[in-house]
Design a protein around this ligand. Structure first.
Ligand SMILES: O=C(CO)COP(=O)(O)O
Length: 261
């Protein structure tokens, strides 16, 4: 399927890093490193901790930076007695475009199930947010050569009950757990294999037109030095970057992969 209609998305998942003051410095530096030409070719988003979002919003609005931003998680509930949780409504009020859902660290450390991930996706759409759904297999599953099956089962579970109109705007990030924070990046062929399998499953569930619209990202040890061949894969439409996204120079280089040497 043609990639030309899908604008790549380069998203920086800061995870639990950077105070709101550090966030301001990073976003300023990032904005100065990217020119209009870069931002026409790719969409660039930052996904800071909740405590940084108000500062990031204020800065981006005031200086009219052409950067998107979003949260790293949301509650499936709208409001109420859910201590420590943040609702989609709260993120939407802060001008967020995106919200990460089902990251492997949430699945691992907060026991998030596919069912909960599906509920969070619905909550995101309810509040006008675009989910960045993370799927991907742990090492032992890859060693057993069940990575495609495992990842597609996560996708099926997360999309359960979701209509085609909403599915057309979802972003799916293939993040093999063994590649996250390990320095061991998947090969461009690995990334393409799963991105194509995800798109094929979307086509089966929602039709080829929907599948052709969905951006499928790769995530896991992405750096400026390895991003280009991954981005050249026909079904890979961007990157979800962790560690390298909290360094403004490195993340700008990644976002500008199309003019890296
Ligand atoms: O989990 C990731 C992005 O969501 C990837 O993290 P790293 O880029 O640090 O491997």
């Amino acid at each position: 399927m043609a990639t030309t209609t899908r604008r790549p998305l380069m998203a920086g998942n800061w995870k639990m890093n950077l105070t709101h003051l550090e966030a301001i410095a990073l976003v300023q530096k990032l904005a100065f490193s990217l020119n209009d030409d870069d931002l026409e070719k790719v969409e660039v988003a930052v996904l800071p901790p909740f405590t940084d979002l108000r500062s990031v919003q204020t800065l981006i609005d005031a200086d009219r930076y052409n950067l998107a931003y979003g949260g790293q998680d949301l509650s499936p509930q709208d409001s109420g007695a859910y201590t420590g949780d943040i609702s989609g409504a709260m993120l939407a009020k802060l001008g967020c475009t995106y919200v990460v859902v089902g990251h492997s660290e949430r699945r691992q450390y907060h026991a998030e199930t596919d069912e909960l991930v599906a509920a969070k996706i619905k909550a995101a759409y309810k509040h006008g947010l675009t989910p960045i759904l993370c799927v991907g297999e742990p090492l032992e599953v890859r060693q057993e050569n069940r990575h495609v099956e495992h990842t597609l089962a996560q996708l099926d579970g997360a999309l359960d009950g979701l209509g085609a109109e909403q599915a057309a705007s979802i972003v799916v990030a293939y993040e093999p757990v063994w590649a996250i924070g390990t320095g061991e990046v998947a090969t461009p062929d690995d990334a393409q294999e799963l991105a194509a399998a995800i798109r094929e499953r979307l086509a089966k569930l929602y039709g080829a037109d929907v599948a052709a619209k969905v951006r499928v990202l790769y995530g896991g040890s992405v750096k400026a030095s390895n991003v280009k061949p991954i981005m050249e894969q026909p079904d890979v439409d961007g990157a979800l970057v962790g560690g390298a996204s909290i360094n403004a120079d490195e993340f700008a280089l990644i976002a500008r992969y199309h003019r890296n040497p």
